[in-house]
Design a protein around this ligand. Structure first.
Ligand code: URA
Length: 247
């Protein structure tokens, strides 16, 4: 692929802008400056630099973000800043056009923290967010009131939410502290954790009450701080479709 097209597919602007970046000497390939926009390279995995920032070519983008509190998972947020502002511009602009950039796989509430996946692979997003695929997600809940065994059992047996007479149940639920639960869900209904906790007579704490720690067997890494993102490795992608370890 030409260097100009490599930059274009990775979100560095129009083909013209990308050619300009190369001609002005802003681009390096494997550490060596290249000023020819038509120079050909094997794209997959290519390491290049743009204005001193290192990049690696990815045909499709698969990322994880440690979502901080106080961000909305929307491109057009109403009250809080968008999670997309936490990503570098090329990741937000990949592919160009109306559907440019990566999209979050499902949404977390503004006040929820934790593991969020993003991609520009439509099939992946669909597969991961489709209720049919039952990808288990683990949530750490801090409740406002003490948790007891009766609440745990109700969450496991199923509770009825206001929009559907069919009960929803937790795939796993353990009490992890006086007001703490680890809850594994395989669906992703609107405000599902908050509504399930309310249905058993408790409430998710307003501050720091909900954190997603795992999607499948992929756990949020300890060294990925709130607001940080990283590319998913092949191993991470495999872990997503594997059941999470028992907590
Ligand atoms: N359930 C909720 O209630 N909120 C989230 O952000 C995720 C799951």
């Amino acid at each position: 692929m030409s260097l100009q097209d490599i930059l274009y597919t990775q979100g560095f602007g129009t083909r013209r802008v990308c050619a300009g970046l190369v001609q002005q000497g802003f681009v390096t390939v494997a550490g060596v400056s290249c000023a020819d926009p038509a120079a050909e390279f094997a794209a997959e995995g290519l390491r290049f630099g743009v204005q001193g920032v290192p990049w690696e070519f990815h045909e499709k983008a698969y990322l994880m973000l440690h979502k901080p509190a106080g961000y909305e998972c929307s491109q057009k947020p109403s009250t809080y800043p968008s999670i997309y502002t936490l990503l570098p511009a090329p990741i937000r602009q990949r592919g160009g056009g109306a559907a440019a950039g990566v999209q979050a796989v499902g949404r977390l509430d503004q006040d929820t923290t934790g593991l969020l996946l993003l991609s520009d692979d439509g099939k992946f997003i669909h597969r991961m967010s489709s209720p049919k695929h039952h990808v288990p997600k683990v949530y750490k809940v801090t409740a406002k009131h003490p948790v007891d065994e009766a609440q745990v059992q109700k969450l496991l047996q199923g509770v009825v939410l206001d929009d559907d007479p069919k009960p929803v149940r937790a795939a796993a639920c353990q009490q992890t502290g006086p007001s703490h639960l680890s809850l594994t869900l395989t669906e992703g209904k609107y405000h599902q954790v908050k509504r399930m906790i309310a249905a058993v007579g408790n409430r998710v704490n307003d501050v720091g009450g909900l954190h997603r720690s795992c999607i499948g067997a992929l756990a949020l890494p300890d060294d990925l701080l709130p607001g940080q993102w990283r590319w998913l490795s092949a191993q991470d992608l495999q872990a997503i479709s594997t059941a999470p370890a028992a907590i």
